[in-house]
Design a protein around this ligand. Structure first.
Ligand code: ADP
Ligand code: MG
Length: 355
């Protein structure tokens, strides 16, 4: 029989492309929140407040006291690939900020209703703008879309409402808002531990109390105590190691051999970005297996800084994965440093019980 006729190939409408890309970058409310926290930190904020309704699906609001956004930039703020952080591709190798390609706000504006209220030090008032599909839109149909002057403190407030309102299958995939809220708390908690000098708070809409509240002056151990409890915070050993030839430095806090939890907790930051790494997790669990009883696991906060030219941050838009040179050697050096700290504590314990 005759083969079927091929269908003609056509370019997708840019709005469709943007919506598909956005749904890949922002899979769950926690991913939007992570981008918004990183933006707030990039803006030099010392206070970051998070408000959440319905696991972030109804409302995600982040209020910071950073440098704000110029009114003149508001019209292009949510266009794809608009950024104040990157100019040349080569800049990717030396970038110190979290964001680098201007996709976060654009993505969010394609799958949610986005409102930005911002004030710079040089402006006498704050400006409020609403966004949809990458562009300024009116607050109400028929009104003017231009940013409006309003009262406000220095810094930026980003309000994300009705996330995935136009992707009904995705929206339906979220069964439990408390599950999404737990993931949000995990993200806020990670940055709250890591970002020295920054106050964090996270609150569920309608709750009188806050879930997380860390003052800007809190030490890293205080931050861990606030978020993970005194039992963990009281049993931490500090470690630090650097190697010029491998272009890295690492520091952190890890529970000692007298303490263990049911599941390994690793707060891993590579160049100040919260990431996951199965290689790091495996190596750390291996290290602790010599010290802990069967079924016992550690809590670890690991702050790893690697020369930017050795890191390939460009692997995926979500940036959840990070590749770097000499990964095996670096992970082994960090683990052997932790091993020697654990052995020291173990020895002093043996010594104490003997005397
Ligand atoms: P990127 O962070 O990759 O540049 P984003 O879409 O996350 O891209 O943000 C676009 C731009 O908006 C940033 O480059 C920054 O100039 C500005 N911006 C976003 N959030 C904030 C904020 N909280 N405070 C100040 N400026 C911000
Ligand atoms: Mg960003």
């Amino acid at each position: 029989s005759e083969p079927a006729q091929p269908k003609r190939i056509k370019a997708l409408d840019p709005d469709v492309v943007n919506k598909i890309a956005a749904g890949e970058i922002i899979v769950a409310p926690m991913h939007a929140l992570k981008e918004l926290i990183e933006n707030a930190v990039d803006a030099g904020s010392t206070s970051i407040e998070v408000l959440v309704k319905d696991g972030g699906l109804k409302l995600l609001q982040i209020t910071d006291n950073g440098h704000g956004i110029d009114r003149e930039d508001l019209p292009i703020l949510c266009e794809r690939f608009t950024t104040s952080k990157l100019k040349e591709f080569e800049d990717l190798t030396s970038i110190g900020t979290y964001g680098f390609r201007g996709e976060a706000l654009a993505s969010i504006s394609h799958i949610a209703h986005l409102t930005v209220t911002t004030k710079t030090a040089g402006s006498s008032c704050a400006w409020r703008a609403h966004y949809g599909d990458g562009k300024l839109v009116p607050a109400k149909p028929g009104q003017n879309a231009a940013p409006k002057a309003t009262a406000g403190r220095g810094g930026t407030q980003i309000t994300v409402e009705d996330l995935f309102y136009n992707i009904p299958t995705r929206r339906r995939a979220f069964r439990s808002s408390s599950e999404e809220y737990a993931k949000i708390l995990d993200v806020v908690g990670r940055y709250a531990v890591h970002c020295a000098g920054v106050a964090f708070s996270c609150r569920k809409h309608g709750d009188s109390g806050v879930s997380i509240s860390t003052p800007s002056s809190a030490t890293t151990v205080d931050r861990i105590r606030q978020i993970h409890g005194s039992a963990v915070a009281n049993e931490l050993v500090e470690f630090e190691i650097a190697e010029k030839k491998l272009g890295f430095q690492a520091s952190g806090l890890a529970t000692n051999a007298n303490y263990h939890v049911k599941k390994t907790v690793i707060l891993l930051f590579i160049n100040h970005r919260a990431v996951e790494s199965t290689a790091v997790k495996r190596a750390i669990e291996q290290t602790y297996s010599a010290f802990l009883p069967k079924g016992g696991h550690p809590f670890i906060y690991l702050d790893l800084e690697i020369e930017p030219q050795r890191v390939d941050v460009n692997v995926h838009p979500t940036k959840r994965e990070v590749n770097f040179l000499n990964e095996d050697e670096i992970v082994e050096m960090v683990c052997s440093e932790i091993r020697s700290k654990l052995a020291q504590v173990d020895e002093s314990r043996t010594f104490l019980t003997q005397t």
